[in-house]
Ligand binder design. Structure first.
Ligand code: AMP
Ligand code: MG
Length: 354
């Protein structure tokens, strides 16, 4: 990996200049970190295998993990996908621009470096003026994963991308905090019934309403068995992980609190620096916990806070993070990310005797 100087430009100071710099870098075959409404992306010209290879090098991303192609208008689809099904069309109409990546059959012009060898490609039109601005001005489709070192929590502030990628990318466009905070929903629309492969802010219910039906792939919350063919390759990796050991607790509110409080005190006795993460309405269940981080009141707020909070855990050298899950209130996207951050370390408070 070539080392390079990293320059940050601030879109709120000079929007047009930031867009110009971003588009120029993409046209040169370079990498650009840019904001989207979900998380910061690390973009390159999706038609250039060399540019795309540099994304994998900069992130340390496994070669078999495909990238999402970002577009500014539906007119760009022609050179990217070979077929747009009725299902895909309905989803685009309902959710673009927005946090939904739609998997379609890929066109020849999209290199296998982008799709990681698959015959399909995920495409998305972000709901962010800076993202769409650089894509439109460069007149290129932009392949972009999240702008973090592979395995780390995705960046929701430009500073997070800087921490991970300084010296590895020439340009970071700072556009402030990402509004949503978790990556896009990924949905396979090659068949009649859309299949959710990765949950995000757009829920299966919303997809069913737009497309008439929906399936959720079992890997969304479950563990992927060794040797199993993976529908969405990114799902098989341990992900979103801070250095701290994350444990997820599920079950009734009171039972979870009882278990977490007991384990917290055991850990404290051994001198372990531990934080408890929960929604606002559970904070009062932890009167003796010193470090308690509230993620907000609902799924939306928890999505926006989660990755930033996981990074803060590392900045403050926490060794242990106890996550008080409320599956219904937190939603699929948050549950999916935290279970992966925990490497499937889940304790069901109902069964656990402490
Ligand atoms: P990231 O860009 O880091 O948010 O990761 C993109 C994710 O989208 C990958 O990890 C895959 O799980 C999923 N994805 C992208 N393209 C495809 C595809 N063609 N088929 C299935 N899943 C895909
Ligand atoms: Mg990612």
């Amino acid at each position: 990996m070539m080392k390079c100087a990293t320059r940050t430009v601030f879109a709120d100071k000079d929007f047009d200049g930031a867009i110009r710099d971003g588009a120029d870098e993409l046209k040169k075959g370079g990498l650009v970190v840019f904001p989207t409404e979900t998380v910061y992306g690390l973009g390159a010209n999706a038609f250039s295998p060399e540019a795309v290879k540099n994304i994998f090098l900069a992130k340390g991303r496994p070669q078999d993990n495909p990238l999402i192609v970002h577009i500014a208008e539906t007119g760009q689809l022609d050179g990217i996908v070979a077929e747009v099904t009725d299902t895909a069309r309905a989803l685009m109409k309902a959710f673009w621009p927005g946090p939904l990546s739609i998997i379609m059959k890929k066109a020849k012009a999209i290199p296998f470096e982008v799709s990681a060898g698959l015959e399909t490609v995920a495409v998305r039109m972000p709901d962010n003026d800076i993202a769409r601005g650089i894509i439109a001005l460069s007149a290129l489709p932009v392949a972009a994963p999240s702008a973090n070192t592979s395995g780390k929590p995705s960046p929701t502030l430009a500073m997070h991308a800087y921490e991970d990628l300084c010296g590895r990318v020439p340009l970071i466009i700072d556009g402030g905090p990402c509004a949503i905070g978790v990556e896009s929903t990924v949905v396979d629309a090659t068949g009649e019934v859309p299949v959710v492969l990765r949950p995000g802010d757009i829920t299966p219910e919303m997809i069913a309403q737009a497309a008439g039906d929906v399936r959720v792939h079992p890997s969304v919350l479950g563990e992927i068995k060794q040797g199993e063919v993976c529908a969405s390759p990114g799902m098989k990796y341990k992900h979103y992980s801070p250095e701290a050991k994350v444990t997820v607790f599920t079950g009734g509110k009171k039972e979870v609190a009882k278990t977490v409080n007991t384990m917290y005190h055991n850990g404290k006795a051994q001198g372990r620096k531990t934080a408890v993460l929960c929604l606002d309405d559970c904070a009062n269940l932890y009167p003796d916990v010193r470090h308690i981080v509230c993620l907000g009141k609902d799924a939306r707020e928890a999505e926006a806070a989660l990755f930033r909070v996981l990074r803060e855990m590392d900045d403050q050298n926490f060794e242990t993070v106890f996550f008080h899950a409320q599956e219904e209130k937190m939603g699929l996207a948050v549950m999916n990310r935290i279970i992966r951050a925990a490497g499937h370390e889940i304790i069901s408070a109902k069964e656990e005797k402490v």
